[in-house]
Ligand binder design. Sequence first.
Ligand code: HEC
Length: 103
Amino acid sequence: MKTAVLILALLAPASSMLAADAKAGGAAYDKSCKNCHGAAGTPNATMAKMFPTMGDLSSAKVQAVSDAELKKVITDGKGKMPASKTLTVPPDDVVAFIRTLKK
Ligand code: HEC
């Protein structure tokens, strides 16, 4: 029993230092991106009419974009998309979430 606790204590900090947190990214996405991009990455219909250049984040085309490039779109904006200045998580987390949208 004591050993299990010790192992957990050793593993917990290590795993939280691993790759970006897609779950936290998803929560931030719901707040800052969903209104335009839709819950699953497919633009919501009204926004798609307003912003015809907006791609489907779950599509092969957007999924082929590099992490660095996606991060840049999020932090700097692109075309009609405003830079996301109110994110409460690192943009890497949001990129990790976008990867989970892949069809
Ligand atoms: C006001 C609506 C709006 C919001 C909010 C918004 N986007 Fe966008 N997004 C757009 C539009 C419009 C484009 C297309 C930009 C262009 O190329 O003209 C775009 C493009 C993108 C792209 C590049 C792929 C593509 O469709 O061309 C990514 C990735 C992306 N957005 C992610 C996000 C993320 C993540 C958030 C939240 C942090 C977010 N967007 C918030 C409207 C929005």
